[in-house]
Design a protein around this ligand. Structure first.
Ligand code: G
Ligand code: G
Ligand code: NA
Length: 251
């Protein structure tokens, strides 16, 4: 397919970039990390949404070199931020299960000089469906390097609590649909967020509420005890230079 052909050449043509979205501490509202989000401005197709090209990259395994590039870019860029600010990088199943993945994390850290604890790898529940044993092993290796591992889109997939017993995630990310539900008074969403926060606390994991857009949403998330908040209310994904500016203006 034509899009696939273009995507094959996107890296060498320097059409990819990384956007960074701030994650703030729920109490202080100061930026504690950024999530790295890949962007593609294609010569042939213009801006292509990740929702469109990430699945294509996964099907064609182009996600392996693309993901490795994002990882390196993100680690390098994080070196320009204050040392308490972390960077989170999304990792697809295809990438995580590639035999080279752990080595690519090691070299991204070494090349950039980023301390391992400043990198958090984000995975979704779906990775445990493919090859749960292997996914566990790779994630344990990543954790043993000192990196964090966040469980993304929690509650939307094929949730099993089994992997929470095996792996010490640094963060559970609560899906935007629960945040929206809670703010519109949906009792089930509120109960689920409350339960996830309590579970995370007792497992010594942090929680991030995703996709907060309004002060009403921020208000309820805070009341429910989520530790961190990510969403348009505090900042959209932005270019690297704009992300750096945040620390200049706010100190
Ligand atoms: O901003 P947003 O449209 O960026 O991203 C849509 C989805 O694409 C995100 O939910 C995320 O899961 C995925 N995504 C964005 N960047 C990356 C990346 O670098 N690697 C992988 N595997 N997925 C990404
Ligand atoms: O699922 P993941 O954590 O990868 O989510 C990242 C995606 O969510 C990106 O596409 C990002 O642009 C999007 N996103 C981040 N904040 C908000 C928000 O406040 N509202 C909406 N609608 N999308 C958001
Ligand atoms: Na993510």
């Amino acid at each position: 397919r034509k899009l696939e052909f273009s995507l094959r050449h996107a890296l060498e043509r320097r059409e990819l970039s990384v956007a960074f979205q701030p994650v703030v501490d729920a109490d202080t509202e100061s930026v504690v990390s950024f999530e790295a989000l890949v962007r593609w401005n294609s010569a042939e197709h213009g801006f292509v949404s990740p929702a469109k090209f990430i699945p294509l990259a996964e099907d064609t395994r182009l996600i392996v070199p693309i993901g490795e590039w994002v990882l390196r870019e993100a680690c390098h860029e994080a070196m320009n931020w204050p040392s308490h600010v972390r960077v989170a990088v999304n990792v697809s199943g295809e990438q995580l299960l590639d035999h080279n993945f752990a080595a690519s994390v090691v070299s991204a850290l070494a090349e950039s000089g980023l301390p391992p604890h400043r990198l958090e790898v984000e995975v979704t529940e779906s990775i445990f469906l493919r090859d749960g044993t292997m996914a566990n092993q790779v994630l344990e290796r990543i954790m043993s390097l000192g990196c964090g591992v966040a469980l993304d889109d929690f509650g939307t997939g094929y949730s099993s609590l089994g992997y929470l017993r095996k792996l010490r995630f640094s963060t559970i990310k609560i899906d935007r649909s629960f945040v929206q539900g809670a703010a519109s008074g949906n009792a089930e969403s509120i109960a689920i967020i409350r339960a996830v926060v309590a579970m995370a606390e007792s497992l010594d994991m942090s929680t991030t509420a995703e996709g907060a857009e309004t002060d009403r949403e921020v208000e309820i998330i805070r009341k429910l005890g989520c530790r961190k908040i990510q969403g348009y209310f505090f900042g959209r994904p932005m270019g690297a230079m704009d992300a750096r500016e945040i620390f200049k203006s706010r100190h």
